[in-house]
Design a protein around this ligand. Sequence first.
Ligand code: NDP
Ligand code: GDR
Length: 373
Amino acid sequence: MTRKALITGITGQDGSYLAEFLLEKGYEVHGIKRRASQFNTQRVDHIYEDPHESGRHFKLHYGDLTDSSNLTRILSEVQPDEVYNLGAQSHVAVSFEAPEYTADVDAIGTLRLLEAIRFLGLEKKTRFYQASTSELYGLVQEVPQTETTPFHPRSPYAVAKMYAYWICVNYREAYGMYACNGILFNHESPRRGETFVTRKITRGLANIAMGLEPCLYMGNIDALRDWGHAKDYVRMQWMMLQQERAEDFVIATGKQYSVREFITWSAAELGITLEFSGTGVDEIATVVEVKGERAPMLKAGDVILRIDPRYFRPAEVETLLGDPSRAKAKLGWEPQITAREMCAEMVAEDYKSARRHALLKSHGLDVPVSVEG
Ligand code: NDP
Ligand code: GDR
């Protein structure tokens, strides 16, 4: 029998990698996409199958985590063996601006799915994966963070995800559901949303190198993160649903770097040596040297990075470092791609598209470039 998986958030970074992974494993993959006024399936377009053809293994359903009846109908139609709840308003800074919506989607959305599974009598058939987050640790109580480190969320996003974490545990304990939390630390890729810090940097610097924009404006570049590659992390999401017993796991690399280091690496991939000077909001990064051909529009002395306080958050998570040893011991999971390798891959992809844009621009076809976020 073909196994069926339902992925919420399939159009996002993780959803797209997970869909590819499950299709390769022979699953029938169903995903929930939101209605939007423009196409929003770019990350999964390469695996799209024409609905007019039979024997399809990849199907998209319109839906939304704020809509219980829609979720119940999709679950009832699909009868999935596995549900991966990756859908979320996932931007921490945005959650301060839209806290109620974030809670509705990220917290109550999770409850809606779990209740729909129970209501349909699928609680013994359907296994449930919840996309939990290192943001739960927030103001960290212990270094490194493990499955037993106390939570102290620091944003409406993290508070909503804390509800989702506990409701998942609660449905496991109360109804014997196979429901588990992957407490995932930051993970990135060339498919990362453009307003998360790594992608903002790789895309911004590639654009600057090609003369498409003059300067990158950043927030707290002293923040420390444990960055892994999304491809490694979706493999672990699947592994967590293949165990005898549902358990929660920390997924991380165990290594930590600053945003500033990530900027330096990204610049180096483009042949640019940067020097940081000044402090606080007056800090800047200046080009010291340009090697090779990748940054034809830059020269020593150019200031290409400044601090803009509007990217500071009302409450910041300064430092995160995960301890993945339980995942390694119990599941044999280890990340295969280092943060530095991931950075190189992201810069290479963004550089390709910056070059394309620059070429179009040189032929009079202007392409708007935005790095808000
Ligand atoms: P993305 O922001 O790339 O993707 C989020 C997905 O959720 C998109 O498909 C989005 O749809 C969808 N979505 C948003 N709002 C709704 C809604 N109201 N109803 C249904 N779907 C919705 O996130 P990632 O892929 O990076 O992350 C996946 C999950 O893992 C998220 O829950 C995130 O919070 C969590 N997480 C992520 C980490 C990371 O570092 N990436 C770390 C820890 C946890 P659309 O494309 O239409 O916007
Ligand atoms: P985070 O990721 O908040 O950790 O949440 P993000 O990449 O947005 O920020 C990481 C750190 O970088 C600092 N920072 C900036 N961030 C952004 N976005 N833009 C900037 O200009 C900027 N300058 C500095 C931030 O302040 C922060 O400290 C991500 C999301 O994927 C969540 O959904 C997920 O749960 C967590 O990772 C784990």
